[in-house]
Design a protein around this ligand. Structure first.
Ligand SMILES: [Zn+2]
Ligand SMILES: [Zn+2]
Ligand SMILES: [Zn+2]
Length: 347
């Protein structure tokens, strides 16, 4: 029989049809065609991007093109940094100005590099830039939420091949994060414990953990919305990816191992990677002054391979149909990981 599962964080229901697990046939995902246009993210083309916001260059080399990671405003930004939110209403309809920030983090000078091939140091460098930019943007009191994300492959919305991630600062708390907070809050009010901490300690004994190290747990959530959806969360409670301390070495290692296993299992699929972290200013969401967001919200990273299209039923109901149970996905990824370990003497 098929089964419906509820995600305790989003309250989203997922349908798992009765279907035996069939190992996926890895297929080569097509990358976005670049055409004949010169790549604006390649070194030497710095003039093609708006004014640089931040960059890492080797010490003693301040040459413009010597960067290793570079952050610039998104040329096609959906929100703009200047101005005031000017929250207003027209009858029952609410609106505000499109203020915010939309930045691109160019992760490497190498046009054809792939994230899962990055070495440990490169991933740490990229994660450091994510954290620095998010921390900087969160100081702006006009912004309520900072979203770090990465779209890879055309079906995930990645239109440029050159490896990059993005960060958007929003004047509102997005619905998805708000729902997670509301449910984490509800749980906290009953138990005075963090729901994700409880999920992690329960799931530790489950078949859904794919990998763990000293500081991070990688698992397929109980109600994964799509095949091979994978979460990475710090073992110890921490609410903000940007401002709480993070063991970058463990984090980068967990991320690398995970993306590599997914790429192997599914043949370099398109995917979205998103970081869910505590909003910058949310105490106002709660009426009870004794509740602190930092106690009840637990940051995590979600990786969603785009191997199944979202269709009318999903859009209409918010209920996903997932042909792969998380236990099967985790088991398969653990097997891939074992061969990965055998291939690389030192991971
Ligand atoms: Zn390039
Ligand atoms: Zn927690
Ligand atoms: Zn989340």
């Amino acid at each position: 029989m098929s089964v419906l599962r509820k995600d305790p964080l989003s309250y989203g229901w997922v349908i798992y049809p009765e279907k035996p697990f069939v190992p996926p046939q890895p297929r080569q995902a097509k990358e976005a065609p670049d055409g004949d246009e010169p790549c604006p993210f390649c070194p030497g083309h710095e003039f093609m991007t708006p004014q640089e916001i931040s960059a890492y260059r080797p010490p003693n080399n301040s040459t413009l093109a010597a960067w290793t990671v570079r952050t610039v405003p998104n040329l096609k930004a959906v929100l703009h940094i200047e101005g005031k939110a000017n929250r207003r209403g027209e009858g029952l309809y609410d609106m505000m100005n499109g203020i915010g920030a939309h930045e691109v983090i160019i992760e490497t000078p190498e046009h054809d590099a792939r994230f899962f091939d990055y070495n440990q140091q490169k991933i740490e460098e990229v994660a450091t830039m994510w954290r620095e930019r998010a921390a900087d943007l969160s100081k702006d009191s006009r912004f309520r939420y900072i979203q770090i994300f990465r779209n890879y492959g055309e079906s995930a919305g990645g239109h440029l091949t050159h490896p990059h991630s993005q960060i958007i600062a929003l004047p509102v708390v997005p619905r998805v994060v708000r729902e997670e907070i509301v449910h984490a809050h509800e749980y906290w009010m009953n138990k005075e414990r963090c729901i994700l901490c409880d999920m992690l300690s329960q799931d530790k004994k489950s078949q859904r953990v794919m990998y763990e190290n000293d500081y991070f747990v990688v698992f397929q959530p109980y109600a994964s919305r799509s095949p091979f959806e994978t979460w990475i969360a710090p073992r110890e409670h921490a609410s903000s990816f940007a401002t709480d301390s993070v063991d970058l070495e463990s984090f980068a290692h967990a991320l690398r191992v995970t993306l590599k296993a997914i790429a192997r299992a599914l043949g370099n699929p398109a995917y979205n990677l998103i970081v869910h972290s505590a909003p910058t200013e949310v105490e106002r969401l709660f009426k009870t002054p004794r509740v602190k967001i930092s106690d009840l919200y637990h940051w995590h990273l979600e990786i969603v391979p785009r191997i199944k299209r979202i269709a009318g039923f999903e859009y209409g109901t918010g209920i996903f149909v997932n042909p792969v149970r998380p236990e099967d996905a985790a088991k398969y990824l653990r097997e891939i990981l074992e061969t990965q370990n055998a291939d690389e003497s030192v991971l």
